[in-house]
Design a protein around this ligand. Structure first.
Ligand code: GSH
Length: 205
């Protein structure tokens, strides 16, 4: 059975696992489904996307899905096999999927996109609090991409998790301004976003 990746294309986590599949050259069917839809809840009772189906296996959690795709199929390894080389990649996958996602996506992008008052205005409480923490996060990431890619000198699974987030923050004014103010992140982003895996997973406008 063809690998199925389930979840709406604008989710940063759905895009991360799709990028992993595309980098590996694994054919897959992308099924767009909202969080908490019946299709998603049938696999993940928490209703979060992405979820995946392959050959009788049903799986939730983006890191588990990404690692399954990386190890179950042929193609370039997206986490190095050498433990010392794998260590920073694993560190940055975790840091991105938890801390970076929490600040940039949950407390900024998602608040902008979905948290409105009864007049339809964006509720800025969390956004303004989050923005105070942006400089420290940007400084951390600038240092992390100094080897060329996230935590390492060659493209890895960690980049698949980070780049959709860096893309999403630029959709909103302060995120764009912070990003534009960072030459290091712009250079990194420019390098990674040339890849077909990024271009082919661009969410529809
Ligand atoms: N730990 C989960 C987080 C996934 C996640 O937060 N997905 C978002 C969309 S990007 C979602 O489903 N949000 C709905 C919710 O949390 O209820 C993973 O890595 O797969």
């Amino acid at each position: 059975m063809t690998l199925q990746i389930i979840g709406i294309p604008r989710s940063n986590f759905v895009r991360a696992v799709r990028m992993v599949a595309e980098e590996k050259g694994v054919p897959y069917e992308h099924i767009s489904a909202m969080p908490h839809s019946d299709e998603v809840k049938a696999i993940n009772p928490l209703g979060q996307i992405p979820v995946m189906r392959h050959d009788g296996l049903e799986l939730a959690e983006s890191q588990a899905i990404a690692r399954y795709i990386d190890t179950a199929f042929a193609g370039p390894a997206l986490v190095p096999t050498d433990p010392k080389e794998a260590a920073p990649v694993n560190q940055w996958i975790a840091a991105t999927a938890v801390g970076v996602d929490q600040l940039f996506m949950r407390n900024y992008v998602v608040e902008y996109a979905f948290h409105k008052d009864e007049d339809g205005n964006v509720v800025r409480t969390k956004i303004d609090r989050a923005l105070k923490r942006f400089p420290r996060m940007i400084a951390m990431l600038e240092k992390a991409v100094a080897p060329g890619y996230l935590g390492t000198a060659s493209f890895s699974m960690a980049d698949c998790f980070l780049v959709p987030i860096l893309n999403a923050i630029q959709l909103f004014p302060e995120g764009k301004e912070f990003f534009e103010g960072s030459d290091a992140l712009k250079a990194y982003f420019g390098r990674v976003t040339k890849r077909a895996s990024f271009i082919d997973t661009t969410p529809p406008a």
